[in-house]
Design a protein around this ligand. Structure first.
Ligand SMILES: Cc1cc2nc3c(=O)[nH]c(=O)nc-3n(C[C@H](O)[C@H](O)[C@H](O)COP(=O)(O)O)c2cc1C
Length: 202
């Protein structure tokens, strides 16, 4: 795990190796073990793989053409603003699998009815971004465990990407992650030390 974390670098140029759909599915399932607020799992993924899909993505990118042209896939990580409407899927399945008492499921689903899930509310959007961010980090580490590398790409137009890829506006775009077999070694970037960014509160 330490090697996985310390060995990860942003990789922007990939070989022409194609990650199979089965393997990508396995990687995504592992990454989806990431925690989320109230386990509502708002992450929704859109995979850009074919040349035609890449051409739809191209005009929305600010730079980042090397990843676009060489990645096996680019994964657009989004979060569902209607996550509360989908909650019953998770809670019903938890009951079915014997992991949650029925009354807990019902209490939770009832409590969601009072939540203000306004897609323009900053706190709500922040929470969606946080869940998608935790998933994204998990994905980049899981990818390395399978022998692949990634680059987080925030350099894209969040206002136009849904239209460009024909994605419903209920899904808020958070990050693109390119993935593939590395064809470069990346940069050895530095980090601030823990003692520089940490304070013990008295
Ligand atoms: C939210 C986020 C957005 C990023 N956007 C881009 C991007 O648009 N293009 C790019 O080449 N790298 C992007 N990066 C990668 C960073 O530049 C990189 O993580 C940082 O320089 C540290 O290098 P390392 O990942 O190799 O450790 C992004 C990283 C994060 C976390």
């Amino acid at each position: 795990m330490k090697d996985t974390i310390l060995g990860r670098r942003s990789i922007r140029r990939y070989t022409d190796y194609k990650i199979s759909r089965n393997q990508l599915d396995e990687i995504l399932n592992d990454a989806l073990r990431a925690p989320s607020s109230r386990n509502l799992q708002p992450v929704r993924l859109f995979v850009i793989e074919s040349q035609s899909a890449k051409e739809k993505l191209r005009p929305t990118l600010f730079g980042n053409q090397l990843q676009l042209d060489t990645a096996s896939q680019l994964i657009l990580v989004t979060a569902d603003t209607k996550k509360y409407e989908e909650a019953h899927i998770i809670f019903d399945r938890s009951v079915e699998l014997g992991k949650m008492p029925h009354e807990v499921r019902t209490r939770n689903l009832e409590s969601f009815k009072n939540v203000n899930a306004d897609p323009n509310d900053t706190a709500f959007l922040n929470s969606l971004n946080l869940d998608a961010g935790l998933f994204s980090m998990n994905l980049m580490l899981v990818a390395r465990m399978y022998g692949y590398d990634t680059c987080a790409i925030g350099g894209f137009d969040k206002k136009s990407i849904n239209d460009a890829l024909n994605i419903d506006k209920r899904y808020v775009p958070v990050l693109i992650i390119s993935i593939g077999k590395a064809d470069e070694s990346g940069y050895d970037s530095i980090r601030l030390r823990a003692d520089e960014v940490t304070k013990f509160i008295d």
